[in-house]
Design a protein around this ligand. Structure first.
Ligand code: HGY
Ligand code: MN
Ligand code: MN
Length: 412
Protein backbone atom coordinates (compact mmCIF):
# COMPACT_ATOMS: atom_id res chain seq x y z
CA UNK A 1 0.00 0.00 0.00
CA UNK A 2 1.36 3.43 -0.88
CA UNK A 3 1.42 6.26 1.64
CA UNK A 4 -1.24 8.17 -0.28
CA UNK A 5 -3.52 5.15 -0.40
CA UNK A 6 -3.34 4.90 3.39
CA UNK A 7 -4.59 8.48 3.90
CA UNK A 8 -8.02 8.46 5.52
CA UNK A 9 -10.32 11.31 4.49
CA UNK A 10 -12.76 10.80 7.38
CA UNK A 11 -10.03 10.81 10.03
CA UNK A 12 -8.49 13.99 8.59
CA UNK A 13 -11.89 15.71 8.52
CA UNK A 14 -12.69 14.58 12.06
CA UNK A 15 -9.43 16.04 13.36
CA UNK A 16 -10.35 19.37 11.72
CA UNK A 17 -13.71 19.26 13.48
CA UNK A 18 -12.03 18.68 16.85
CA UNK A 19 -9.52 21.48 16.32
CA UNK A 20 -12.28 23.84 15.12
CA UNK A 21 -13.88 23.59 18.57
CA UNK A 22 -10.80 25.27 20.09
CA UNK A 23 -11.52 28.98 19.80
CA UNK A 24 -14.79 28.38 17.92
CA UNK A 25 -16.66 31.62 17.16
CA UNK A 26 -20.42 32.15 16.89
CA UNK A 27 -20.14 32.68 13.13
CA UNK A 28 -18.49 29.31 12.53
CA UNK A 29 -14.85 30.37 12.46
CA UNK A 30 -12.06 30.31 15.02
CA UNK A 31 -10.26 32.82 17.21
CA UNK A 32 -7.13 30.90 18.28
CA UNK A 33 -4.44 33.56 18.47
CA UNK A 34 -0.80 32.77 19.20
CA UNK A 35 0.00 31.77 22.79
CA UNK A 36 -3.63 32.19 23.86
CA UNK A 37 -5.55 29.69 26.01
CA UNK A 38 -7.08 28.37 22.77
CA UNK A 39 -3.60 27.89 21.28
CA UNK A 40 -2.54 26.03 24.42
CA UNK A 41 -5.55 23.73 24.02
CA UNK A 42 -4.62 23.04 20.40
CA UNK A 43 -1.03 22.27 21.36
CA UNK A 44 -2.17 19.85 24.06
CA UNK A 45 -4.62 18.14 21.67
CA UNK A 46 -2.00 17.66 18.94
CA UNK A 47 0.53 16.39 21.49
CA UNK A 48 -2.01 13.90 22.90
CA UNK A 49 -2.73 12.52 19.41
CA UNK A 50 1.01 12.28 18.70
CA UNK A 51 1.86 10.55 21.98
CA UNK A 52 -0.97 8.05 21.40
CA UNK A 53 0.80 7.02 18.17
CA UNK A 54 4.25 6.88 19.72
CA UNK A 55 5.57 9.97 17.94
CA UNK A 56 8.07 12.17 19.80
CA UNK A 57 6.83 15.66 20.72
CA UNK A 58 9.16 18.58 21.39
CA UNK A 59 9.36 22.36 21.29
CA UNK A 60 12.10 24.94 20.87
CA UNK A 61 12.93 28.26 22.51
CA UNK A 62 10.43 30.20 20.35
CA UNK A 63 7.59 27.75 20.90
CA UNK A 64 7.52 25.88 17.60
CA UNK A 65 5.95 22.45 18.22
CA UNK A 66 7.50 19.38 16.57
CA UNK A 67 5.97 15.90 16.08
CA UNK A 68 8.61 13.42 14.94
CA UNK A 69 8.25 9.97 13.38
CA UNK A 70 11.56 8.13 13.57
CA UNK A 71 13.44 7.15 10.43
CA UNK A 72 15.62 4.12 9.94
CA UNK A 73 18.63 6.44 9.99
CA UNK A 74 17.81 8.26 13.21
CA UNK A 75 20.55 10.87 12.83
CA UNK A 76 19.67 11.80 9.23
CA UNK A 77 18.39 15.33 8.67
CA UNK A 78 14.59 15.13 8.81
CA UNK A 79 12.12 15.92 6.07
CA UNK A 80 9.69 18.47 7.47
CA UNK A 81 6.12 19.49 6.82
CA UNK A 82 3.60 21.55 8.79
CA UNK A 83 2.10 25.03 9.01
CA UNK A 84 0.47 26.93 11.90
CA UNK A 85 -2.30 26.40 14.47
CA UNK A 86 -2.71 30.06 15.41
CA UNK A 87 -5.49 31.97 13.64
CA UNK A 88 -6.73 35.44 12.87
CA UNK A 89 -9.21 36.92 15.42
CA UNK A 90 -11.99 36.22 12.91
CA UNK A 91 -10.21 33.31 11.26
CA UNK A 92 -11.35 30.22 9.44
CA UNK A 93 -11.31 26.51 10.31
CA UNK A 94 -8.64 25.61 7.70
CA UNK A 95 -6.00 28.38 7.39
CA UNK A 96 -2.81 26.90 8.82
CA UNK A 97 -4.33 24.03 10.75
CA UNK A 98 -4.84 22.10 7.52
CA UNK A 99 -1.08 21.93 6.94
CA UNK A 100 -0.47 20.66 10.46
CA UNK A 101 -3.26 18.06 10.32
CA UNK A 102 -2.39 16.94 6.78
CA UNK A 103 1.18 16.38 7.93
CA UNK A 104 -0.04 14.46 10.97
CA UNK A 105 -2.36 12.36 8.78
CA UNK A 106 0.67 11.43 6.65
CA UNK A 107 2.49 10.16 9.74
CA UNK A 108 -0.57 8.13 10.74
CA UNK A 109 -0.99 6.75 7.22
CA UNK A 110 2.66 5.63 7.17
CA UNK A 111 2.16 3.93 10.53
CA UNK A 112 -1.04 2.21 9.36
CA UNK A 113 0.60 1.04 6.12
CA UNK A 114 3.78 -0.08 7.93
CA UNK A 115 5.92 2.07 5.65
CA UNK A 116 9.36 2.93 7.01
CA UNK A 117 11.40 5.85 5.73
CA UNK A 118 15.15 6.36 5.82
CA UNK A 119 14.88 9.87 7.18
CA UNK A 120 12.83 10.98 10.18
CA UNK A 121 9.68 12.90 9.30
CA UNK A 122 8.67 15.95 11.34
CA UNK A 123 5.39 17.84 11.42
CA UNK A 124 5.82 21.38 12.75
CA UNK A 125 3.24 23.77 14.15
CA UNK A 126 5.12 27.05 13.67
CA UNK A 127 4.53 29.64 16.38
CA UNK A 128 2.68 32.89 15.57
CA UNK A 129 2.45 32.64 11.80
CA UNK A 130 -0.46 35.06 11.65
CA UNK A 131 1.25 37.93 13.41
CA UNK A 132 -2.11 39.16 14.64
CA UNK A 133 -1.76 39.38 18.42
CA UNK A 134 2.06 39.73 18.21
CA UNK A 135 2.46 41.84 15.05
CA UNK A 136 5.53 40.10 13.55
CA UNK A 137 4.15 37.31 11.37
CA UNK A 138 5.74 33.92 10.64
CA UNK A 139 7.70 34.52 13.84
CA UNK A 140 8.49 30.91 14.80
CA UNK A 141 9.68 29.90 11.35
CA UNK A 142 11.69 33.14 10.98
CA UNK A 143 13.56 32.45 14.23
CA UNK A 144 14.03 28.78 13.25
CA UNK A 145 15.51 29.89 9.90
CA UNK A 146 17.78 32.48 11.54
CA UNK A 147 15.99 35.39 9.85
CA UNK A 148 14.80 36.88 13.16
CA UNK A 149 16.90 36.97 16.34
CA UNK A 150 15.35 35.03 19.23
CA UNK A 151 15.72 37.89 21.70
CA UNK A 152 14.09 40.33 19.26
CA UNK A 153 11.14 37.96 18.81
CA UNK A 154 10.76 37.38 22.54
CA UNK A 155 10.60 41.15 23.12
CA UNK A 156 7.66 41.74 20.73
CA UNK A 157 4.59 42.97 22.61
CA UNK A 158 0.87 42.53 22.00
CA UNK A 159 -1.51 45.53 22.16
CA UNK A 160 -1.86 45.03 25.94
CA UNK A 161 1.93 45.19 26.37
CA UNK A 162 2.45 41.48 27.08
CA UNK A 163 5.73 40.21 25.62
CA UNK A 164 6.11 37.01 23.59
CA UNK A 165 8.54 35.87 26.31
CA UNK A 166 5.92 36.17 29.05
CA UNK A 167 3.13 34.60 26.99
CA UNK A 168 5.44 31.80 25.85
CA UNK A 169 6.48 30.99 29.42
CA UNK A 170 2.81 30.69 30.36
CA UNK A 171 2.11 28.49 27.32
CA UNK A 172 5.05 26.20 28.06
CA UNK A 173 3.93 25.85 31.67
CA UNK A 174 0.38 25.04 30.59
CA UNK A 175 1.41 22.64 27.81
CA UNK A 176 4.81 21.27 28.86
CA UNK A 177 6.76 19.23 26.29
CA UNK A 178 10.42 18.25 25.89
CA UNK A 179 12.59 21.22 25.01
CA UNK A 180 15.09 21.04 22.15
CA UNK A 181 18.59 22.13 22.97
CA UNK A 182 18.98 24.25 19.86
CA UNK A 183 17.00 26.23 17.34
CA UNK A 184 17.13 25.51 13.62
CA UNK A 185 18.12 22.78 11.19
CA UNK A 186 19.51 20.81 9.51
CA UNK A 187 16.42 20.07 7.42
CA UNK A 188 16.59 17.86 4.31
CA UNK A 189 13.47 19.29 2.64
CA UNK A 190 10.16 20.96 3.49
CA UNK A 191 6.70 20.70 1.91
CA UNK A 192 3.71 22.62 3.33
CA UNK A 193 0.06 22.00 2.52
CA UNK A 194 -2.34 24.98 2.77
CA UNK A 195 -5.66 26.17 1.45
CA UNK A 196 -5.17 28.56 -1.47
CA UNK A 197 -6.87 31.53 0.23
CA UNK A 198 -7.80 32.73 -3.25
CA UNK A 199 -10.39 31.82 -5.93
CA UNK A 200 -8.28 30.44 -8.78
CA UNK A 201 -8.35 26.68 -8.11
CA UNK A 202 -12.10 26.65 -7.60
CA UNK A 203 -12.69 28.89 -10.65
CA UNK A 204 -10.51 26.68 -12.85
CA UNK A 205 -11.87 23.41 -11.40
CA UNK A 206 -8.42 22.28 -10.25
CA UNK A 207 -7.91 20.25 -7.08
CA UNK A 208 -4.21 20.97 -6.51
CA UNK A 209 -2.12 24.12 -6.72
CA UNK A 210 1.55 23.38 -7.42
CA UNK A 211 2.97 26.44 -5.71
CA UNK A 212 5.96 28.02 -7.47
CA UNK A 213 6.72 30.77 -4.95
CA UNK A 214 5.45 33.46 -2.57
CA UNK A 215 5.28 37.20 -3.19
CA UNK A 216 7.43 39.49 -1.05
CA UNK A 217 5.93 41.26 1.95
CA UNK A 218 6.74 44.07 4.33
CA UNK A 219 4.99 45.13 7.51
CA UNK A 220 5.29 48.53 9.22
CA UNK A 221 3.96 50.11 12.41
CA UNK A 222 3.22 53.85 12.36
CA UNK A 223 2.86 56.06 15.47
CA UNK A 224 1.40 59.54 15.00
CA UNK A 225 1.82 61.71 18.10
CA UNK A 226 0.00 65.04 18.48
CA UNK A 227 -1.48 66.69 21.57
CA UNK A 228 -4.64 65.87 23.46
CA UNK A 229 -6.88 68.91 23.79
CA UNK A 230 -10.44 69.95 24.60
CA UNK A 231 -12.77 69.34 21.65
CA UNK A 232 -14.89 72.36 22.49
CA UNK A 233 -12.34 75.02 23.28
CA UNK A 234 -9.33 74.29 21.09
CA UNK A 235 -9.30 76.14 17.77
CA UNK A 236 -8.34 74.06 14.76
CA UNK A 237 -5.26 76.28 14.20
CA UNK A 238 -3.97 75.39 17.67
CA UNK A 239 -4.52 71.68 17.35
CA UNK A 240 -2.02 68.85 16.87
CA UNK A 241 -4.73 66.37 15.93
CA UNK A 242 -3.16 62.90 15.58
CA UNK A 243 -6.28 61.44 13.93
CA UNK A 244 -6.46 64.18 11.31
CA UNK A 245 -2.76 63.67 10.52
CA UNK A 246 -3.06 59.86 10.44
CA UNK A 247 -5.96 60.03 8.00
CA UNK A 248 -3.94 62.34 5.74
CA UNK A 249 -0.95 59.98 5.96
CA UNK A 250 -3.02 56.92 5.01
CA UNK A 251 -4.60 58.81 2.09
CA UNK A 252 -1.16 59.85 0.85
CA UNK A 253 0.17 56.30 1.20
CA UNK A 254 -2.79 54.97 -0.80
CA UNK A 255 -1.80 57.41 -3.54
CA UNK A 256 1.81 56.14 -3.31
CA UNK A 257 0.54 52.58 -3.68
CA UNK A 258 -1.81 53.22 -6.60
CA UNK A 259 -1.32 50.53 -9.27
CA UNK A 260 -3.40 50.25 -12.47
CA UNK A 261 -2.36 46.58 -12.75
CA UNK A 262 -3.84 45.90 -9.28
CA UNK A 263 -0.77 43.86 -8.28
CA UNK A 264 0.26 45.96 -5.26
CA UNK A 265 -1.32 44.81 -1.99
CA UNK A 266 -1.52 47.64 0.57
CA UNK A 267 -3.58 47.19 3.76
CA UNK A 268 -4.03 49.22 6.94
CA UNK A 269 -5.45 46.46 9.14
CA UNK A 270 -5.07 47.88 12.63
CA UNK A 271 -5.89 51.53 13.40
CA UNK A 272 -6.07 52.66 17.03
CA UNK A 273 -6.96 56.15 18.29
CA UNK A 274 -5.99 57.35 21.77
CA UNK A 275 -7.45 58.27 24.17
CA UNK A 276 -10.57 57.41 22.15
CA UNK A 277 -12.83 59.87 23.92
CA UNK A 278 -15.50 61.71 21.87
CA UNK A 279 -14.62 65.12 23.30
CA UNK A 280 -10.82 64.95 23.42
CA UNK A 281 -8.73 65.75 20.35
CA UNK A 282 -6.77 62.51 19.69
CA UNK A 283 -3.19 62.75 20.94
CA UNK A 284 -1.94 59.49 19.45
CA UNK A 285 -2.78 57.12 16.60
CA UNK A 286 -1.16 53.73 15.97
CA UNK A 287 -1.68 51.88 12.72
CA UNK A 288 -0.12 49.00 10.79
CA UNK A 289 0.80 48.68 7.11
CA UNK A 290 0.87 45.36 5.26
CA UNK A 291 2.54 45.88 1.85
CA UNK A 292 3.15 43.07 -0.66
CA UNK A 293 4.33 42.64 -4.23
CA UNK A 294 5.98 39.85 -6.29
CA UNK A 295 8.74 42.21 -7.52
CA UNK A 296 11.53 43.14 -5.07
CA UNK A 297 12.24 46.36 -6.99
CA UNK A 298 8.68 47.58 -6.34
CA UNK A 299 8.88 46.63 -2.67
CA UNK A 300 12.10 48.63 -2.35
CA UNK A 301 10.98 51.63 -4.43
CA UNK A 302 7.62 52.14 -2.79
CA UNK A 303 8.49 50.74 0.62
CA UNK A 304 11.49 53.05 0.69
CA UNK A 305 9.17 56.10 0.32
CA UNK A 306 6.71 55.29 3.11
CA UNK A 307 8.54 57.20 5.88
CA UNK A 308 9.03 60.33 3.75
CA UNK A 309 5.41 60.40 2.58
CA UNK A 310 4.22 59.96 6.18
CA UNK A 311 6.44 62.81 7.41
CA UNK A 312 5.18 65.11 4.66
CA UNK A 313 1.60 64.77 5.94
CA UNK A 314 2.27 65.01 9.68
CA UNK A 315 0.25 68.23 10.07
CA UNK A 316 2.35 69.44 13.00
CA UNK A 317 2.40 66.01 14.69
CA UNK A 318 5.39 63.70 14.90
CA UNK A 319 5.25 60.52 12.85
CA UNK A 320 7.47 57.49 13.47
CA UNK A 321 7.50 54.57 11.01
CA UNK A 322 9.11 51.30 12.14
CA UNK A 323 9.54 48.33 9.81
CA UNK A 324 8.46 45.10 11.49
CA UNK A 325 9.12 42.58 8.71
CA UNK A 326 10.85 42.53 5.33
CA UNK A 327 10.53 39.23 3.45
CA UNK A 328 11.75 39.22 -0.17
CA UNK A 329 9.86 37.19 -2.80
CA UNK A 330 10.40 33.40 -2.48
CA UNK A 331 11.04 31.10 -5.44
CA UNK A 332 10.58 27.45 -4.47
CA UNK A 333 13.19 24.84 -5.47
CA UNK A 334 12.38 23.37 -8.89
CA UNK A 335 13.15 19.90 -7.51
CA UNK A 336 10.29 20.23 -4.99
CA UNK A 337 7.91 21.95 -7.40
CA UNK A 338 8.51 19.18 -9.94
CA UNK A 339 8.05 16.48 -7.27
CA UNK A 340 4.72 17.98 -6.14
CA UNK A 341 3.59 18.17 -9.75
CA UNK A 342 4.69 14.55 -10.44
CA UNK A 343 2.96 13.21 -7.31
CA UNK A 344 -0.19 15.12 -8.27
CA UNK A 345 -0.15 13.79 -11.82
CA UNK A 346 0.55 10.31 -10.46
CA UNK A 347 -2.69 10.50 -8.51
CA UNK A 348 -4.57 11.73 -11.58
CA UNK A 349 -5.58 15.00 -9.90
CA UNK A 350 -6.25 18.16 -11.94
CA UNK A 351 -3.71 20.82 -11.04
CA UNK A 352 -2.19 24.16 -12.01
CA UNK A 353 1.11 25.87 -11.21
CA UNK A 354 0.56 29.08 -9.26
CA UNK A 355 2.29 31.64 -7.03
CA UNK A 356 1.10 32.37 -3.50
CA UNK A 357 -0.30 35.81 -2.67
CA UNK A 358 -0.44 34.84 1.01
CA UNK A 359 2.63 34.52 3.18
CA UNK A 360 3.54 31.16 4.71
CA UNK A 361 6.17 29.66 6.97
CA UNK A 362 7.61 28.00 3.86
CA UNK A 363 9.00 31.40 2.81
CA UNK A 364 11.48 31.22 5.69
CA UNK A 365 12.17 27.48 5.62
CA UNK A 366 12.99 27.80 1.90
CA UNK A 367 16.18 29.62 2.98
CA UNK A 368 17.32 26.47 4.84
CA UNK A 369 16.50 23.68 2.40
CA UNK A 370 14.61 22.85 -0.83
CA UNK A 371 10.98 23.74 -0.08
CA UNK A 372 7.61 23.85 -1.75
CA UNK A 373 3.86 23.99 -1.13
CA UNK A 374 0.66 22.24 -2.08
CA UNK A 375 -2.57 24.26 -2.32
CA UNK A 376 -6.11 22.96 -2.18
CA UNK A 377 -9.22 25.02 -3.02
CA UNK A 378 -11.26 26.97 -0.48
CA UNK A 379 -14.80 28.09 -1.18
CA UNK A 380 -14.89 31.29 -3.25
CA UNK A 381 -11.31 31.89 -2.16
CA UNK A 382 -12.52 33.29 1.15
CA UNK A 383 -10.00 33.32 4.02
CA UNK A 384 -9.13 35.42 7.08
CA UNK A 385 -12.88 35.26 7.45
CA UNK A 386 -15.11 32.99 9.58
CA UNK A 387 -16.90 31.79 6.43
CA UNK A 388 -13.70 30.09 5.20
CA UNK A 389 -14.62 26.64 3.91
CA UNK A 390 -13.09 23.58 2.21
CA UNK A 391 -14.32 20.07 1.35
CA UNK A 392 -13.19 16.79 2.96
CA UNK A 393 -12.35 15.42 -0.50
CA UNK A 394 -10.08 18.33 -1.45
CA UNK A 395 -8.30 18.27 1.93
CA UNK A 396 -7.68 14.53 1.53
CA UNK A 397 -6.48 14.95 -2.07
CA UNK A 398 -3.86 17.51 -0.98
CA UNK A 399 -2.89 15.21 1.87
CA UNK A 400 -2.36 12.30 -0.55
CA UNK A 401 -0.03 14.41 -2.69
CA UNK A 402 1.79 15.43 0.49
CA UNK A 403 2.09 11.78 1.58
CA UNK A 404 3.75 10.67 -1.64
CA UNK A 405 6.01 13.73 -1.82
CA UNK A 406 7.21 13.40 1.78
CA UNK A 407 7.77 9.64 1.47
CA UNK A 408 9.83 10.15 -1.68
CA UNK A 409 11.92 12.86 -0.05
CA UNK A 410 12.39 10.86 3.16
CA UNK A 411 13.90 8.00 1.15
CA UNK A 412 16.34 10.15 -0.80
O1 HGY B 1 -0.95 37.16 5.99
C1 HGY B 1 -0.73 36.12 5.40
O2 HGY B 1 -0.41 36.14 4.23
C2 HGY B 1 -0.89 34.79 6.10
O3 HGY B 1 -2.17 34.30 5.81
N1 HGY B 1 -0.72 34.91 7.51
MN1 MN C 1 -1.88 30.47 6.85
MN1 MN D 1 -3.51 33.39 7.59
Amino acid sequence: MTASAAVREARLWQRHAEMARLGATAKGGVNRQALSAEDVAARKLLASWAQARGFAVSTDAIGNLFVRRAGEQHDAAPVMTGSHMDSQPTGGRFDGIYGVLAGFEVLEALEDAGIRTRRPLEVVAWMNEEGSRFPVGAMGSAVFAGRLALDKALAVRDPKGTTVAAALAETMAAAPVARRARIGGPVAAYVEAHIEQGPRLEADCRTIGVVTGIQGSRRYAVEVTGEEAHAGTTPRAARKDALSAAVAVVAALETLMEDPTDTVRFTVGRFEVFPGSPNTVPGRVYFTIDFRHPDQAVLEARGGRIAAVAAAHARGCTVSVSQLTDVPPTVFAPSIVDLVRDCTAGLGLPYMDMPSGAGHDAMHIATLCPAGMIFVPCERGISHNEAENATPADLAAGCRVLADALTTLANR
